[in-house]
Design a protein around this ligand. Structure first.
Ligand SMILES: NC(=O)C1=CN([C@@H]2O[C@H](COP(=O)(O)OP(=O)(O)OC[C@H]3O[C@@H](n4cnc5c(N)ncnc54)[C@H](OP(=O)(O)O)[C@@H]3O)[C@@H](O)[C@H]2O)C=CC1
Ligand SMILES: N=C(CCC(=O)O)C(=O)O
Length: 449
């Protein structure tokens, strides 16, 4: 659909031409540009600054070969990436994703969204993202280590504590961060806060493991309180995924009074009417690195169903998509709405399709967009950077309290921006605009660069 603003139409057409076929990146850019319609209408002078023309183009995109040897002595080749999208408000900051689906389009969508998300945290972090089409599933620790060492051998040329600070994402957890950090230190002979999500024995922050999931629930709680005078108490919750974000979203949602009845992985989903037993999930996922279907074999009354997208057929009050992009489409949104969902908050990056978002907003479902709702992870990464700079560590409670305050502020800043531009309650637009304003201010101040 064409933009109302001829200027934004031109910007989008240029992006479409330069990034032909990169559907995930184009989806992310279109959503943000649509949010900017009232901004351009109310402040036409922004056009001459070229800020919008510049913010949709990454400052740097790096692609590189990653060769490594598997346990059978066979040479393997993967493709690695790092996009250094925008450094106006701080060093590039964003995760590393290891998944066979990783490609330029996915990395650029993630890096573009990271710019606005990081800005919303209020911390000095620019936007970046990276990863590779390497599949960690079924690999031995030795193979993971050798891949990470080869990946970091190239990546180390482009990153640094004051330049670009990677972290975890899909397929990159504590184990991978450890191997990446060890290789960086060996190559650069420096011990710095160049990665976040580090282990506690070498500069990691308490609460970083829990942060994205906890922060998602803090944001959702604030959204429910302010927009519906409600809370998690007594609510039925469905969480997709069963990785880092999903596990700790389940933990905090339960602590806040919700009953989480379903989780998934890429093969299927479990339903437990009694409420998910998180200790069993952690044992399966964090210790054994197993499949979620194992849960149904260990918990009386739990049911496993093949096919992960079926999870959205489970009636619930609150849905928290915490797996991957475009995992929830328009039809699945309609089913959730029919079954009475009152709030959806995105733990994953871009999990809802544009059709799903439109369905939720039109139905009056509270909708917490990823850039705002899942910013707790990178916010706590920023707090890890603060602690590393001080060479000092805060307690879990101190970090968790800062995280909570950041998430509450993100909600109110996004809400206030939606109200300021005549879209009160549309937190998609509000978050995009609120995140943009700080970046735009810095880009204008720093000249055409
Ligand atoms: N880690 C972080 O700090 C943050 C992560 N995020 C986002 O949260 C989401 C989950 O990340 P995280 O928990 O860290 O990653 P994990 O690797 O720990 O878990 C990912 C989960 O999503 C599932 N999944 C991955 N790809 C697909 C797919 N194509 N179809 C269905 N299920 C899939 C995985 O299932 P399986 O095991 O079968 O692959 C797994 O259950 C991602 O979108 C990520 O970008 C957002 C903010 C911060
Ligand atoms: N994967 C993350 C976390 C990035 C970070 O902690 O730098 C995200 O915000 O999508």
């Amino acid at each position: 659909m064409a933009f109302k603003s001829e200027y934004l139409q031109r910007v989008y057409e240029t992006v479409e031409k330069r990034n032909a076929g990169e559907s995930e990146f184009l989806q992310a850019v279109r959503e943000v540009l649509e949010s900017f319609e009232p901004v351009v209408e109310q402040n036409p002078s922004i056009i001459d600054t070229g800020v919008i023309d510049r913010i949709v183009e990454p400052e740097r995109f790096i692609q590189f070969r990653v060769s490594w040897v598997d346990d059978n002595g066979k040479v393997q080749v993967n493709r690695g990436f790092r996009v250094q999208f925008n450094s106006a408000i701080g060093p590039y900051k964003g995760g590393l994703r290891l998944h066979p689906s990783v490609c330029a389009s996915v990395i650029k969508f993630l890096g573009f969204e990271q710019c606005f998300k990081n800005s919303l945290t209020g911390l000095p972090m620019g936007g970046g993202k990276g990863g590779a089409d390497f599949d960690p599933k079924g690999k031995s620790d030795g193979e993971i280590m050798r891949f990470c060492q080869s990946f970091m051998t190239e990546l180390s040329k482009h990153i640094g504590a004051d330049t670009d600070v990677p972290a975890g994402d899909i397929g990159v957890g504590a184990r991978e961060i450890g191997y990446l950090f060890g290789q960086y230190k060996r190559l650069r002979n420096e011990f710095t806060g160049v990665l976040t999500g580090k282990g506690l024995s070498y500069g990691g922050s308490l609460a970083r493991k829990e942060a994205t999931g906890y922060g998602l629930c803090y944001f959702t709680d604030e959204m429910l309180k302010n927009m519906k005078n409600d809370s998690f108490k007594g609510k039925t919750v469905v969480v997709s995924g069963s990785g880092n974000v999903a596990i700790y979203a389940t933990e905090k949602a339960t602590e806040l009074g919700g009953k989480v009845v379903a989780l998934s992985d890429s093969n299927g989903y479990i339903y437990d009417a009694n409420g998910i037993n998180l200790d069993v999930v952690k044992q399966i996922k964090e210790v054994e690195r197993g499949r979620i279907k194992e849960y149904a074999d260990r918990v009386e009354g739990a049911v496993y169903t093949e096919g992960c997208r079926g999870i959205w057929s489970i009636p619930c009050d609150i849905a928290l998509p915490c797996a991957t992009q475009n995992e929830l489409n328009g039809e699945e949104a309609a089913l959730l709405i029919k079954n009475g969902v009152m709030a959806v908050a995105e733990g994953a990056n871009m999990p809802s399709t544009p059709e799903a978002i439109e369905a939720f907003l039109n139905a009056g479902v509270l909708f917490g967009p990823a850039k705002a709702a899942n910013a707790g992870g990178v916010a706590t990464s920023g707090l890890e950077m603060c602690q590393n700079s001080m060479r000092y560590s805060w307690t879990f409670e101190e970090v968790d309290a800062k995280l909570h305050d950041i998430m509450v502020n993100i909600f109110h800043n996004a809400y206030n921006a939606s109200k300021k531009y005549g879209m009160e309650g549309n937190l998609v637009a509000g978050a995009n605009i609120a995140g943009f304003e700080k970046i735009a201010d810095a880009m204008i101040a720093q000249g055409v660069a």
